[in-house]
Design a protein around this ligand. Structure first.
Ligand SMILES: [Zn+2]
Ligand SMILES: [Zn+2]
Length: 178
């Protein structure tokens, strides 16, 4: 399978890390493999904590109040993390684009570059609203804070899971006094 390295997988990887944070560096690496990344990341001190920082910054984009704020935050992240695009054909992946300097191979740096560009591509091709939190969690006391990357056809995904959709439906039902 050939993966376009700045397609959907990058934003889905970010959501996966945010929703199910790995307990150590190996867990992060395993997740990047799961989502199709082939790059070898040289181990550096504080990789785990620094990737957490990348995800926390990305969550400000998730929680932005409107498209302009979302664009401003994402532009700042791309400015900090990315370089001019380069064509590359490493690891038999086929020719594709990298948006980072060839020498910039640390785990947090690569993730910051792919996640910010992947998020920008997702939002501009599918729609600026197709990123947010599970709506079930908007009810006070509800435990869900899952990130939703909406890749559905109609672009109206509101819940992270059937379980959350059902819980919200039960609440609506009760609110109607039935
Ligand atoms: Zn690549
Ligand atoms: Zn949920």
């Amino acid at each position: 399978m050939h993966l376009n390295p700045y397609g959907e997988y990058a934003i889905l990887l970010a959501a996966s890390l945010a929703n199910d944070w790995p307990r150590d560096r190996e867990g992060i690496i395993a997740r990047t493999r799961e989502f199709g990344m082939t790059v070898a990341f040289p181990e550096q001190p504080h990789d785990h904590a620094r990737v957490r920082g990348v995800i926390d910054e990305w969550l400000t984009v998730v929680d932005a109040r409107d498209p302009h704020e979302r664009a401003r935050l994402l532009n700042a992240q791309m400015a900090a993390a990315t370089a001019y695009p380069r064509l590359t054909d490493h690891d038999g992946e086929g020719w594709h684009l990298h948006y980072r300097d060839d020498g910039a191979v640390s785990l947090p740096h690569v993730l910051s570059a792919v996640i910010s560009v992947g998020t920008a591509l997702h939002l501009t091709t599918r729609g600026m609203h197709r990123l947010g939190r599970c709506e079930a969690g908007a009810t006070p006391g509800d435990p869900c804070s899952a990130v939703i990357v909406d890749v559905t056809r109609n672009g109206r995904q509101r819940y992270c899971s059937v379980r959350c959709a059902n819980r919200a439906a039960v609440r609506r039902h009760r609110a109607r006094g039935a």
